[in-house]
Design a binder for this molecule. Structure first.
Ligand SMILES: [Mg+2]
Length: 265
């Protein structure tokens, strides 16, 4: 899950900066975690403790009220989870990485991704995006060649995973709608040549950069095992140790529990 966390840090300073490019610094003094990290940790906790997703998202959501939640999520938090939230946004996909890691079959990945999405994103596009992001991790864990991952996800979810990234660089604008952002995040992971290159592609296309880089980073972490650059990971770890130390035991427990990768691409 460090791939998702580091991606969130990388994208955090560009989300509303209206700045795109392939040579932007991946990390800076103001890089920070946002809701993507907080709720990914919450998903990990739910799986590790066999806890209800609603409880986990309420628990972590209330602890980090200022980390950049959407207004829909804010409403859901304020109403203790009783608000029926049908958001089509990418918020369910951004927190799903631990499911791709810890579930043991394609069916289980889809069921759990659905279950984790439903409390706050009860919309078919948001649920499908969460399933697609989690499946990308699951497939990559199995050592599935990335072109096969691309083909399977394209067919299953009717996503275009062969977009022209130069066109996106020129034309793509901020959106947090799942069907207009999650496919691009999956594509840049599959198109990339290294973890850093994946992050650079995320900043190149722009948009909802923290979430795009978090989702792409969570997949790239599997495609390039143990290749998250040390300076990126240590910035994220030190920042979390200082400002959100209670996340560390959950992350550490998850890292110990996650399966060893079978193969690499
Ligand atoms: Mg965010």
């Amino acid at each position: 899950m460090w791939g998702a966390i580091v991606g969130d840090f990388v994208g955090s300073i560009y989300e509303h900066a209206n700045l795109k490019g392939h040579t932007l610094p991946l990390i800076g003094p103001t890089s920070h975690y946002t809701d993507d990290t907080v709720l990914t940790v919450a998903t990990a906790q739910a799986l590790l403790k066999d806890q209800n997703f609603i409880e986990a998202y309420q628990d972590w959501g209330h602890r980090y009220r200022n980390c950049g939640f959407s207004s829909n999520f804010e409403n859901w938090l304020s109403m203790d989870g009783l608000y029926e939230c049908q958001s089509p946004g990418n918020g369910a996909a951004m927190r799903v990485a631990p499911i791709g890691w810890l579930c043991n079959s394609e069916g289980e990945v889809k069921t759990m991704a659905n279950r984790s999405a439903e409390p706050t994103h009860h919309h078919p596009d948001a649920i499908r995006a969460a399933q697609a992001a989690a499946l990308a991790i699951f497939y990559a864990r199995q050592g599935m060649p990335r072109e096969m991952i691309r083909e399977r996800l394209s067919k299953q979810f009717r996503y275009n995973l062969n977009e022209d990234l130069d066109r996106l660089h020129r034309e793509y604008e901020f959106t947090s709608v799942a069907k207009w952002s999650v496919p691009h995040a999956i594509q840049i992971a599959l198109d990339s040549r290294s973890f850093s290159d994946c992050m650079r592609l995320g900043l190149y296309i722009g948009g909802d950069t923290d979430t795009i880089c978090a989702i792409a980073g969570s997949i790239a972490e599997v495609l390039y095992p143990n290749q998250i650059p040390a300076e990126l990971k240590s910035h994220a770890r030190h920042y979390i140790e200082k400002w959100a130390p209670e996340m560390i035991p959950v992350i550490s427990k998850f890292e110990l529990r996650k399966p060893i990768l079978i193969n690499t691409n």
